[in-house]
Ligand binder design. Structure first.
Ligand SMILES: C[S@@+](CC[C@H](N)C(=O)[O-])C[C@H]1O[C@@H](n2cnc3c(N)ncnc32)[C@H](O)[C@@H]1O
Length: 216
């Protein structure tokens, strides 16, 4: 992750914040920016791939920084579905991560958002909408990321995109060969080369794969 000082910008990369200030209550109160769990280069790639897309699903929202990147560039009449159980809060009744995320993503007015406070595998059971961009950044266990791929990729339209975060090694990065997303991407797209999908971009820990065919 980038090691930037606190700048007062609406989003930041966490490096300049003391541990006590990292608590999400400070983001919800507007006393610190929301903390990105990705690099600036990844942030701009997310925005680039979201440009003009109208049915976007993000699995794993946290404080909402990648959701901001997607929302800023999506189609004006599109919908961004944000799936996260927000189950890690120490005081569930307050759930400041969820509040901080709602506040941060709500500060962007482009398109529409639909919040789904649930696990991705529960949500997939009743899902029936086409997706033109899917960001997988939720459960990072190998089993979890495999399940997300199996359950959600069938909804991605021809020409649509799936982006995996924390899915490749890069110089100075935080990922390791035994991380679930790294193993899944290596297996499906480098070893098996599953038909109908190809890697179209790799930047830092992000791997972008495209379903063949024209966007409907
Ligand atoms: C690495 S963080 C996501 C970072 C986020 N994309 C950002 O922009 O900062 C992982 C998130 O996934 C959520 N999560 C964990 N398991 C999940 C699941 N099965 N379905 C959906 N979200 C999940 C966690 O609550 C956490 O907020």
């Amino acid at each position: 992750m980038l090691n930037l000082p606190f700048t007062g910008n609406p989003l930041d990369y966490g490096g300049g914040l003391s541990a006590s200030r990292l608590h999400p209550v400070y983001a919800w109160l507007g006393m610190r920016p929301v903390v990105a769990q990705h690099t600036a280069e990844e942030h701009s790639a997310l925005g680039r791939w979201a440009t003009g897309r109208s049915s976007i699903v993000e699995i794993g929202v946290a404080e909402g920084v990648s959701a901001i990147a997607l929302r800023q560039r999506m189609s004006e009449d599109g919908t961004l579905y944000l799936i996260d159980p927000f189950h890690l809060s120490r005081i569930p009744v307050f759930n400041f991560t969820k509040r901080a995320a709602h506040r941060a993503v709500g500060s962007v007015t482009r398109g529409k958002t639909v919040w789904i406070q649930n696990f991705s595998s529960k949500t997939s059971q009743s899902w029936n909408k086409p997706i033109d961009l899917l960001l997988i950044d939720g459960d990072h266990s190998e089993e979890g990321v495999r399940l997300d791929w199996a359950e959600w990729s069938p909804f991605v339209v021809p020409g649509g995109i799936v982006i995996f975060h924390d899915a490749r090694l890069f110089e100075g990065g935080w990922t390791t060969p035994d991380n679930g997303p790294v193993k899944l991407v290596d297996d499906l797209f480098r070893r098996q080369m599953i038909p109908g999908w190809e890697i179209v971009e790799e930047i830092h820990s992000l791997v972008v794969v495209k379903r063949s065919g024209l966007l409907a």
